[in-house]
Design a protein around this ligand. Structure first.
Ligand code: 2U9
Length: 342
């Protein structure tokens, strides 16, 4: 290939590469126009190159002309393609009106059981109770024996349990957490233990095999049943309003003596009787009592020196009363229409 043709080709290649690098960083139509003029304008790179054609021989001219023409077309093509890109980018850019309201991110909701648990923690924190937690898989010792519920104790049936091994089970209440606290800590003790519990209960509107409980324990010198009544009364009023009353009736639990079940005056009818409280005026909340001396013995606490009270309640129960929910399954079916109300 004749020398001049190779030089020409190299020149054209060099121009094209230079053009490509220049156009790559162009982002505005006006700059694109400047580039176009620089290359294709009257005083443009190509135009000046074209002027040299006159100097060539007749058989050289068409080759040179074609090469230049191809370059010109390429440049034109690339310029129109670039304009399209710039416009489309501009369109999106222009479309992006930052003053416009952003798309509201869908913020999740705290689950109603979490809300109630937090409220309960805050109330008892105010009463000097520290929140403690413990393992959901427990040994029979911590879930039963340490709580004065030996193997043959009828109360065990109530707690029909999910056994993992012959000795380990899913805890049926959070009482083992308090036992672990008593092992580690000497009185005074003021703790509440909220958490998940598991019982082999058939699911219905008020029972679920997985449910949440909060239990409380206070141990010190001369703790009385009066202290228990006082604490639960303050809790009731702070949770459901100062008009709420509390009622204790005798009951039995292996780990408390004396024991009682306690109820709050109905939040709906204020005690006059309605469908919610089955016309009793009272809503049963849970059980409580003075820590059974047997439990103190198991924990090597001097039952003569120390006394304590304990109580328990179902968190789903409290949430159903507070939020007027009539079916416990609502908490576990993850229906967004239900959950987003909270
Ligand atoms: C220790 C000593 C005593 C915790 C207690 C209850 C009564 C009780 C129920 C409430 C609703 C279970 O979820 S529920 O069905 N619990 O009624 N719980 S006294 O007694 C203890 C705990 C720990 C060391």
């Amino acid at each position: 290939m004749r020398v001049w043709r190779r030089i020409l080709k190299a020149k054209i290649k060099e121009i094209e590469e230079k053009f490509d690098s220049e156009i790559r960083n162009v982002s505005l139509p006006e700059h694109l126009e400047e580039t176009r003029v620089k290359y294709l304008g009257r005083k443009g790179v190509l135009t000046s190159l074209l002027k040299q054609v006159s100097a060539l021989s007749n058989d050289e001219k068409p080759v040179f002309g074609k090469l230049l023409n191809d370059l010109k077309n390429n440049i034109n093509t690339k310029i129109s393609e670039k304009l399209v890109d710039i416009k489309s980018a501009k369109k999106t850019e222009t479309k992006l009106d930052i003053t416009l309201q952003g798309n509201k991110p869908v913020i999740g909701h705290k689950h109603p059981l979490t809300l109630i648990t937090q409220e309960i923690k805050e109330i008892f924190f105010g009463l000097g109770f520290e929140t403690v937690t413990g393992p959901e898989i427990e040994t029979e010792y911590y879930n039963f024996e340490a709580l004065n519920t030996p193997a043959d104790h009828p109360a065990r049936d109530e707690h029909d349990s999910f056994y993992i091994t012959s000795k380990d089970l899913l805890r049926t209440h959070t009482s083992p957490v308090q036992i672990r606290v008593m092992e580690k800590q000497k009185p005074p003790i003021r703790v509440i233990a909220p958490g998940r519990c598991f019982r082999r209960d058939a699911t219905d509107a008020t029972h679920s095999p997985i449910f949440h409980q909060v239990e409380g324990l206070a141990i010190d010198t001369n703790i009385t049943f009066g202290d228990l009544k006082g604490v639960l009364e303050v809790f009731a009023k702070q949770l459901f309003g100062r008009q709420t009353k509390i009622r204790f009736r005798p009951d039995f639990f292996p780990f408390t003596e004396p024991s009682a079940e306690y109820a709050f005056s109905c939040v709906n009818c204020k005690g006059k009787g309605c469908r919610i409280c089955k016309n009793t005026g009272w809503l049963e909340i849970g059980g409580a009592g003075m820590v059974d001396p047997e439990v103190f013995k198991m924990m090597h606490y001097d039952a003569e020196k120390y006394s304590g009270f304990a109580f328990g309640m179902g968190i789903e129960r409290i949430a159903m009363i507070k939020y007027h929910i009539h079916d416990i399954r609502m908490f576990f079916e993850n229906d967004i229409r239900f959950l987003r109300q909270f």
